[in-house]
Design a protein around this ligand. Structure first.
Ligand SMILES: O=C(O)CCC(=O)C(=O)O
Ligand SMILES: [Fe+2]
Length: 385
């Protein structure tokens, strides 16, 4: 007899902050006009402007009911309520750069001065193709077909339209980017439930950010609206940190490293971080729902010089091409960066390591830069003594 699946329960989002934060001004791309005459041309212009100028935008009108989104939040919440030992059974070999499964909290020092560690847990679910094994805790396993449908609907209803619009904007064949992101071929895409547990006020007062500034390594990251303000982007023009406002019924999207490589830097991979939430939201956990879209593993990350736009504008080489180094495949890039992310520990020199020849990482937060400098100087003194 089949065992009944326990009900998910409803998911209530917490109230938004009342604080008047310095919000980023981001464009909303409304996909409900995608199939109207001229719709694609207009949206393509909006999209390319957004990812050239800010690297972040909102998308709405994508025909996925909020109820389905809320069920995913409810599922994430249920999973994170499990005891640590249960969740830890699903931890992959993180040091090898693997990330599918459970990534426990406390692996990163987020305040090098005090040694305070992160409280961030992730659960990553790869594509539903024969390339990936799906062995999950029963809470996830029982809902796997629902998760599969949800992940695939993100591809067909959000990502495919965005990749088509990008191709139109670059005057490339419309399927230029959808072809290298199609669902059935192997890529390291993943769907993620992410939880930042709340912290005591005195700890929040000491910490500068819950995660430091970084860029994402793939093509587009989708971040479902959740109300706890904490995501900040570094404005590419002014270098100021701006808060990203949770907008109803939207997904926040950012363009990432791979798209920047494929367009010779024409598209931005914008620096962002998760900072300490405003005071009126520090008493709640912050649960996120994300999808990381990436090109197929075998795609070589070379500039699409066949784009008339990139030719006219003179964006014809990315970092690897400019430096004369081998241009990596997406697979090489992914695992090199993921390994670096997991192994940099608290050693100042690891923060600015070369991920692959031609691409060096940077520290994007002034506060972290200062602390790392001091630590480096202390180490040098100790070595000399
Ligand atoms: O939780 C967020 O708002 C952003 C998370 C993020 O930047 C990431 O996981 O790469
Ligand atoms: Fe990110």
């Amino acid at each position: 007899m089949p065992v009944a699946i326990p009900p998910l329960g409803s998911y209530d989002h917490v109230p938004e902050t009342k604080e008047n934060l310095d919000w980023a001004e981001l464009v909303t791309v409304d996909l409900s006009t995608y199939n109207t005459p001229n719709g694609k041309q207009e949206l393509a212009k909006e999209l390319i402007k957004a990812i050239r100028e800010k690297g972040f935008f909102y998308v709405k009108g994508f025909d996925i009911p909020q109820e389905k989104v809320n069920r995913q939040f409810a599922l994430g919440k249920q999973f994170y309520e499990l005891p640590l030992e249960e969740k830890a059974k699903y931890t992959p070999e993180l040091e090898q750069g693997k990330i599918n499964g459970y990534v426990p909290a406390g692996r990163r020092i987020i305040d090098p001065e005090t040694g305070i560690r992160d409280r961030t847990e992730s659960y990553n679910i790869p594509k539903f193709t024969e390339d990936f094994k799906h062995e999950h805790h029963s809470i996830i396993q029982e809902r796997l077909s629902e998760i599969e449908d949800f992940a695939k609907s993100l591809h067909s209803k959000v990502l495919d339209p965005l990749y088509t619009l990008l191709a139109i904007a670059l005057e490339l064949p419309e399927d230029h980017f959808t072809k290298i992101h199609s669902y059935d071929i192997k890529s390291e895409d993943h769907f993620r439930y992410m939880k930042y547990s709340k912290r005591p006020a005195e700890e929040n007062a000491r910490i500068k950010a819950w995660s430091y500034g970084h860029t994402d390594l793939g093509s587009f990251t989708l971040l479902f609206r959740q109300p706890v303000a904490a995501l900040q982007i570094r404005d590419p023009l002014t270098d100021e940190w701006k808060w990203v406002k949770p907008q109803d019924a939207t997904i926040t999207v950012n363009s990432c490293d791979a798209l920047s490589f494929l367009t010779g830097g024409y598209v931005r991979s914008t620096i962002h971080r998760v900072t300490v939430p405003p005071k009126d939201q520090q008493h709640v956990d912050r649960l996120g729902l994300l999808y990381f879209s990436r090109p197929h593993n075998h795609v070589q990350l070379k500039t699409a010089t066949e784009s008339p736009v990139l030719r006219r504008e003179g964006y014809l080489q990315n970092e690897f091409e400019k430096s004369g180094n081998p241009v990596p495949t997406m697979e090489e890039w992914t695992f090199s960066k993921q390994k670096w992310q997991r192994n940099r520990k608290n050693d100042p020199k690891n923060y600015t390591a070369t991920i692959l020849p031609g691409f060096q990482e940077q520290v994007y937060d002034k506060e972290l830069q200062a602390v790392l400098k001091t630590q480096e100087a202390l180490k040098a003194q100790e070595a000399a003594a």
